[in-house]
Design a protein around this ligand. Structure first.
Ligand SMILES: O=C(O)CCC(=O)C(=O)O
Ligand SMILES: [Fe+2]
Length: 204
């Protein structure tokens, strides 16, 4: 599931929508229910709070149970660049050779992000495959997995497959992008707009 809504009015409008969809907020790394995606000097372990590009990832990939849905609400838009993009995992996986797909569903990695370590998040840190066929959960972060030499070949296969299945949007003020975080990976281009601000919610 993915949905791009527009004309949502502030946090109140987001919370009303989540209520109507029977979605509950999931605490993020610091225990907060709301995470601000804005470039700032003290990033508290968050890559999202830099102006850097974010490669394909799923949010909370190191949570024992990653949040099933994420919502990105645009409070203040970027005037240029900094598009957000997303790709559905399973169609991307189906583009790969069976041997590679099997490895993606069986080889395990220690997922424990810098943000989880910074915030000493108790329910983070798991040994898991990128794709769990039983639960349907994808865990992915290009930036996090890249240093694992054993992941290199899998990333080299997955990244172009994600790119082939990608949708790209530049969020406008009042837009809300709702993504199934078990089924989709997402990312963003680099941000040269200091005024860009998103609110990120995790939901289940
Ligand atoms: O800045 C964006 O468009 C996406 C941010 C993001 O993926 C995140 O905060 O996890
Ligand atoms: Fe994200």
């Amino acid at each position: 599931m993915v949905d791009l809504l527009s004309g949502i009015e502030g946090i109140r409008g987001c919370l009303d929508l989540f209520g109507r969809l029977s979605l509950n907020l999931v605490p993020q790394y610091g225990g907060r229910l709301l995470h601000e995606v804005v470039a700032k000097p003290n990033t508290e372990g968050f890559l999202s709070q830099t102006s850097a590009a974010l490669g394909y990832h799923s949010d909370g990939h190191d949570y024992h149970v990653p949040p099933k849905y994420i919502a990105l609400y645009c409070e203040s838009a970027a005037e240029s660049d900094c598009e957000t993009f997303f790709s559905e995992f399973k169609p991307a996986l189906s583009l790969l050779a069976p041997g590679i797909a099997l490895r993606i569903a069986s080889e395990t990695f220690q997922f424990h992000s810098g943000a989880a370590l910074y915030w000493k998040t108790p329910h983070a840190g798991v040994l898991a495959p990128i794709y769990n066929e039983q639960t349907g959960v994808v865990r992915y972060s290009y930036e996090y997995l890249k240093p694992f030499s054993s992941a290199e070949e899998l990333l080299n296969e997955l990244e172009p497959a994600f790119a082939a299945a990608q949708t790209t949007v530049r969020l406008k003020r009042g837009d809300l992008l709702l993504l199934n975080n078990w089924e989709y990976v997402h990312g963003r281009h680099a941000n040269s707009n200091p005024g860009r601000k998103l609110l990120r919610f995790w939901l289940a």
